[in-house]
Design a protein around this ligand. Structure first.
Ligand code: MAN
Length: 347
């Protein structure tokens, strides 16, 4: 049952809401934000995806070269060695490329609905060879020593998880790749449990296993071990092909509540919930049988990559989760959930 109360003003941000940050490009999508409170305002770390205005008959997209400069690659659509059947990724002669280059933009709001950009907080771009196809889908964990960002790093050799730390959102300490390929959907717990840091992550094991949610622990957030699988895909269900964690989990009386995404073979992305033991979050207490949110609004059904609701951030106040989510891989929307109501679907 879909129990999300969508904002009436959805979508809150579209490709028209910002100017492109890379010269000569247009914004193709704004999606999957990390969310946090800072200086009395609600902030979103947007994933902005840019590419050149597309010409008839070819597909062109930007990448960083070895000197960190943007270069544009272009392939003719009639080229028999090109597979451009997915709007997000193409394959040419066995090599995968992304059709857009993603980076992060910060916007903030006093009312949680109207967001604007402040030039004092410039965009954050990928750096170095492991981010030459961009950075994506940031999760923000607010901890006692500042904000910790986990995000996807993409390059010709890997899709993996990167880590950054900031206290002022102007200077970032980059800690490199914490989970090597293939891995994404990484969400830190915002507090330690029995002295240890915890994280959800999503390795992919194509031969044996699949795209499952794992948990790991660490003494310092840089070195992770004691990995355990907490949620697999479920044949015949809405989360039959891919599952991945969303925002940092929420501490509730009943356990850690994690809203995760699940996709089926048609690439339809819905949201469900996991409830995990407060003292040992590798123990799953309950899991949604049915989605708590599924694509239904027009902006969730049609877009750059339709039939997608994808969450990587929210604000929690008492019983209320205010979630900001990516719809159709193209726009940013808002929705409200009640924690009590989610728990009642689980227990
Ligand atoms: C998938 C999608 C894309 C993303 C790539 C690389 O294909 O999630 O949006 O760019 O993976 O992470």
């Amino acid at each position: 049952m879909d129990i999300a109360k969508r904002f009436t003003g959805n979508p809150l941000l579209t490709v028209k809401s910002l100017e492109p940050a890379i010269e000569g490009m247009e914004i193709a999508c704004i999606l999957n934000p990390g969310v946090f409170r800072y200086r009395g305002r609600t902030w979103l770390v947007l994933r902005v995806a840019e590419r050149p205005v597309q010409q008839e008959g070819s597909v062109s997209f930007p990448v960083y070269d070895e000197n960190g400069r943007i270069k544009v690659l272009s392939f003719g659509k009639d080229n028999p060695e090109l597979d451009a059947s997915d709007p997000r990724v193409i394959n040419y002669r066995g090599q995968d490329y992304l059709t857009t280059l993603s980076y992060f933009r910060l916007v903030s709001s006093a009312d949680g609905v109207n967001f604007s950009e402040d030039p004092a907080y410039p965009p954050v771009f990928g750096q170095g060879p492991l981010e030459s196809f961009g950075i994506e889908d940031c999760r923000v964990a607010k901890m006692e020593d500042g904000y910790w960002l986990t995000f996807t790093e993409v390059s010709p050799v890997a899709v993996g998880v990167g880590l950054m730390h900031t206290t002022d959102w102007k200077h970032f300490d980059r800690h490199g790749m914490i989970f090597p390929p293939h891995n994404k959907d990484c969400a830190l717990f915002e507090e330690r449990i029995n002295g240890k840091y915890y994280v959800f992550h999503r390795p992919s094991s194509p031969e044996l296993g699949g795209n499952y949610i794992w948990i790991a622990e660490s003494p310092d957030r840089l070195h992770w071990g004691n990995h355990k699988c907490v949620a697999t895909t479920r044949p015949g269900k809405w989360d039959s092909v891919r599952v991945g964690a969303g925002a940092p989990p929420i501490r509730t009386e009943k356990g850690w509540l994690e809203i995760y995404h699940g996709a089926d073979a048609d690439n339809r992305y819905c949201l469900g919930a996991l409830l995990l033991d407060l003292d040992d979050p590798s123990k799953v207490i309950a899991r949604s049988e049915e989605p708590i949110m599924e694509p239904s609004a027009p902006y969730e059904l049609e877009g750059f990559f339709g039939n997608v609701v994808f969450s990587s951030g929210h604000i929690v106040e008492g019983d209320t989760i205010t979630m900001y989510y990516g719809a159709s891989d193209e726009v940013i929307c808002g929705a409200i959930f009640s924690i009590r109501e989610i728990l009642s679907t689980l227990l």
